[in-house]
Design a binder for this molecule. Structure first.
Ligand SMILES: Nc1nc2c(ncn2[C@@H]2O[C@H](COP(=O)(O)OP(=O)(O)O)[C@@H](O)[C@H]2O)c(=O)[nH]1
Ligand SMILES: [Mg+2]
Length: 237
């Protein structure tokens, strides 16, 4: 096996045939200016369009693109499997409609020079530019407020861009119990509670498309998993 890259970019993908190919080609091009060697791990599950076929093609065409595919649609499970598939020192969690190399650059520099374990890109921190529709911005504020009340979360964002030292976060990944949308929050909440060295930085969020899954349809499952997370963190520990 060849030596691992310097960092892995894990991107969960679900029914993204419209933008997957162009997003990966464009991302690779922007990463080619980085001195570090990157790999892209596409973590697919449950797509009913050509997403998997495109991911397979991309992995055949580019040696620095890999994919994992695991069962039915599940964002959190895909993210977890993608992280576990990495062998790099650093892992960046991305979304195919963002692919923000400005964040990658800033996060890698901070992880390397400031002795941090994790850097979180926040859409809600002072200085952030959230250019999504207002209702999505409001939903993020509401969700963060819910995490504050439910599990005492003191940061401003859990769902979105993050970068971390893989070995520092692996025990946290193993401790996580919930999946779907709330896995990303559990990862961040547990990282704070474990006393890891974390810094939030403001990001600009400008999505290439509206989310594939309707916001309101996600609510029941998110509430159920936040309840489970609250039990897991507050009672079970
Ligand atoms: N593997 C996998 N990826 C998903 C799933 N749902 C969303 N994603 C991916 O997660 C990222 C963010 O999803 P998006 O629809 O933009 O929702 P947002 O996080 O609210 O902006 C995108 O890369 C999606 O393709 C899922 O069920 N499985
Ligand atoms: Mg999005």
């Amino acid at each position: 096996m060849s030596s691992p890259p310097d960092f892995s970019i894990v991107i969960p993908v679900f029914n993204e045939e419209a933008i997957l190919q162009a997003a990966v080609v464009d991302l690779r091009e922007r990463l080619s200016t980085f001195p570090e060697r990157a790999e892209i791990i596409l973590a697919e599950n449950g797509s009913t369009d050509r997403t998997l076929e495109i991911a397979v093609n991309l992995s055949q065409r580019f040696p620095d693109v890999r994919f994992v595919t695991i069962g039915s649609p599940n964002y959190g499970k895909a993210l977890r499997e993608g992280v576990l598939a990495s062998r790099a020192q650093y892992v960046v969690c991305e979304e195919i409609d963002l692919c923000d190399t400005t964040f990658h650059r800033r996060a890698l520099d901070l992880l390397k020079t400031r002795a941090l374990d994790m850097v979180i890109g926040s859409k809600l921190l002072r200085g952030a530019q959230d250019e999504r529709p207002f209702v999505r911005h409001a939903a993020s504020l509401l969700y963060n407020g819910l995490l504050r009340v439910a599990v005492g979360f003191e940061g401003t964002d859990t769902h979105g861009l993050k970068a971390f030292d893989r070995e520092a976060l692996l025990p946290v990944v193993s401790a996580c119990l919930v999946d779907r949308d709330v896995f990303a929050s559990e990862l961040v909440v547990r990282a704070y509670r474990a006393g890891l060295r974390i810094r939030e930085i403001p990001v600009r969020v400008l999505e290439k498309r509206t989310p594939s899954i309707n916001l309101t349809r996600r609510v029941p499952n998110v509430l159920k998993n936040v309840a489970k997370l609250t039990w897991a963190v507050r009672i079970r520990g």
